[in-house]
Design a binder for this molecule. Structure first.
Ligand SMILES: CC(C)(COP(=O)(O)OP(=O)(O)OC[C@H]1O[C@@H](n2cnc3c(N)ncnc32)[C@H](O)[C@@H]1OP(=O)(O)O)[C@@H](O)C(=O)NCCC(=O)NCCS
Length: 385
């Protein structure tokens, strides 16, 4: 293995959970930052205090914990804030905690890091995240070229490269009545010359027309899967990095590059059409990713590959593929073992991936590795799209 993750994952246990109370110094409530989902308002201009350096690595849109210095005379020297980082500029961080929106002076930050989404149900690390939170996390692992927001909904367009990067992620509250929200999304896509596609998720086996947004779309003439078999049902499968078998002395060498190399991209193009520009932008668009590959020792050509996305507490696997001439000889297992090794070394206990329910080989592969279905999604689009 060579190469390093581009973004160091974090360990939630080394900082106390936030008090989620306001402080008297340097916090304000009800600040209107005008941010939209998917819009990074990062405007660092190089101010250089310890607090600025500490907060430079935080990801806007992520859940963060921030230890914050309090004014002299306060009851304690510092307090912690836990919540979503919704904006950052040269001087301030804006964090939405469970109870309030706080504006923190960056120079007064003592420690800070991104942390995984909260547990919303019992289970192990890969099971207890909510479907909504996992959807939002996965969207960060496959960032669209062009992104917008409508309340919690995430609008994505990438010149047609993949459904995920060209659909509206229906999650949470769109901040408008449903019909108006759908009108807005249709306009957003038509302004870009693209068909409106909605990604709708639910528990395993969910009935599509029981989801209010889906019912409204079906009433407008949208169709489940838009006529494509692989879009009917997509399974989100999750597993524990600790449960994946380790690499052995007999495993073929795996390369892990932080950069996207041309021969990796060319091999990737054997499984799905590349849209020049858009494909590279999506593949490299997350806060951290690694490109893993195995080469044929004779020809030196890439014969197995995957992309790993890196999140606090989570790894994502995208595009796992083995050349048809080399299947059933353990190469995909080797690649996943390498991903899991990086994940274990970087405090990422949980792994996610997405696989079409009609891909029996793919599903069989993941089940054999002990992965289970976390939830499912489908795409709704007008049949002509
Ligand atoms: C799915 C895929 C990645 C598997 O690659 P692979 O290198 O052949 O997988 P491995 O040799 O590591 O298989 C490990 C085990 O997974 C299961 N498995 C793999 N392919 C399978 C298949 N086609 N049918 C049933 N089980 C399968 C088997 O239990 C296998 O062990 P075995 O060969 O001892 O029976 C490969 O078929 C592929 O590239 N498919 C096209 C792209 C794709 O579907 N990717 C997955 C989507 S996320």
């Amino acid at each position: 293995m060579n190469g390093e993750p581009t973004d160091g994952p974090t360990d939630e246990t080394s900082l106390e959970k936030g008090t989620e109370k306001g402080t008297e110094k340097g916090t304000e409530k009800d600040i209107d930052t005008g941010t939209e989902t998917g819009t990074d308002t990062r405007t660092d201009t190089g101010t250089d205090t310890a607090g600025h350096r500490i907060t430079a690595g935080l990801t806007v849109g992520s859940r963060v914990v921030v230890r914050y210095r309090l004014a002299e005379g306060a009851e304690a020297a510092a307090t912690d804030f836990l919540g979503e980082l919704i904006a950052r500029n040269n001087d301030f961080l804006v964090v939405d905690t469970k109870t309030e929106r706080v504006k923190l002076i960056r120079a007064d930050v003592i420690a800070a890091k991104d942390v995984p989404p909260p547990a919303s149900r019992p289970g192990r690390a890969h099971e207890r995240i909510s479907a909504d939170d996992l959807e939002k996390l996965m969207a960060k692992g496959w960032q669209a070229l062009d992104r917008g927001g409508l309340g919690d909904w995430v609008l994505r367009a990438s010149e047609g490269f993949t459904g995920r990067a060209n659909s509206a992620l229906v999650v949470g509250d769109p901040s408008l009545p449903l019909d108006k929200a759908i009108d807005f999304v249709e306009r957003w896509y038509s302004d870009r010359g693209r068909p409106a596609i909605f990604q709708i998720h639910g528990e395993r086996g969910f009935v599509v027309d029981e989801v209010p947004a889906a019912a409204a779309l079906l009433a407008r003439g949208y169709a489940v899967g838009g006529g494509r078999d692989d879009w009917q049902r997509v399974l989100i499968m999750t597993g524990l990095s600790a449960a994946v078998p380790p690499l052995t002395e007999d495993s073929p060498p795996v390369t892990a590059d932080a950069e996207l190399k041309l021969d990796w991209l060319m091999a990737y193009g054997q499984q799905r059409p590349i849209v020049p520009g858009a494909t590279e932008a999506v593949l490299t668009g997350s806060d951290g990713q690694l490109f893993l590959s195995v080469r044929d020792p004779q020809s030196n050509r890439v014969i197995a590959l995957a992309r790993m996305s890196i999140h606090p507490g989570w790894a994502g696997i995208f595009g796992l593929w083995v050349h048809p001439d080399h299947r059933r000889s353990g190469l995909a297992t080797t690649i996943v073992s390498a991903v899991a090794m990086v994940a274990r070394e970087n405090t990422m206990p949980a792994i996610y991936l997405q696989v079409s329910a009609d891909n029996a080989d793919g599903v069989a592969f993941w089940e054999r590795l002990g992965f289970g279905v976390h939830h499912e999604y489908t795409y709704l689009t007008r049949p002509s799209a």
